[in-house]
Design a binder for this molecule. Structure first.
Ligand code: SF4
Ligand code: SF4
Length: 136
């Protein structure tokens, strides 16, 4: 199986538990941690690049979900269609990563794909369907 990237989101109660380590021990998978934002007593996020057998990958991801970890597929990406966007700013209130921002002087809404964690919250919020999910 080609290496896959996933974004994991942990509640504060799961941060101290060795859940990710079980991917190696129980499912014979290997991973690189590409990004991690984990603070005690707060929600944590981690982007992993996981390699291994395809069936084991499915089982490992199922294990993470059963353990209460939110798993987001970063093989997807979000795009903003500037022609559809009419700068209503509804998406700025839901974006948790700072990928969408508004210039208070011009009220122009900008999207920075580098900061996007593909949570898809903006997609359901955008009234003009300017924010869209695509496969990379
Ligand atoms: S998908 Fe999530 S992180 Fe990305 S721009 Fe939309 S709300 Fe922000
Ligand atoms: S919610 Fe949609 S239309 Fe409104 S600013 Fe965001 S992208 Fe543009």
């Amino acid at each position: 199986m080609a290496a896959k990237k996933v974004l994991l989101r942990f509640s504060s109660s799961l941060i101290s538990k060795p859940i990710v380590y079980r991917l190696i021990k129980d499912f014979d998978l290997t991973f690189n941690i590409l990004k991690a934002t984990i603070r005690p007593d707060e929600e944590g996020e981690m982007v992993l690049e996981i390699s291994g057998n395809g069936e084991n990958y499915k089982k490992g991801i199922a294990f993470l979900k059963e353990s209460g970890v939110e798993v987001l597929d970063t093989e997807k990406k979000i795009t903003k269609d500037e022609e559809r966007c009419y700068q209503c700013s509804a998406c700025t209130g839901v974006c948790p990563s700072g990928a969408i921002s508004i210039d208070r002087k011009t009220m122009w809404v900008s999207f920075d794909p580098e900061k996007c964690i593909v949570c898809e919250l903006c997609v359901g919020t955008c009234p003009s369907r300017a924010m869209q999910v695509r496969i990379k």
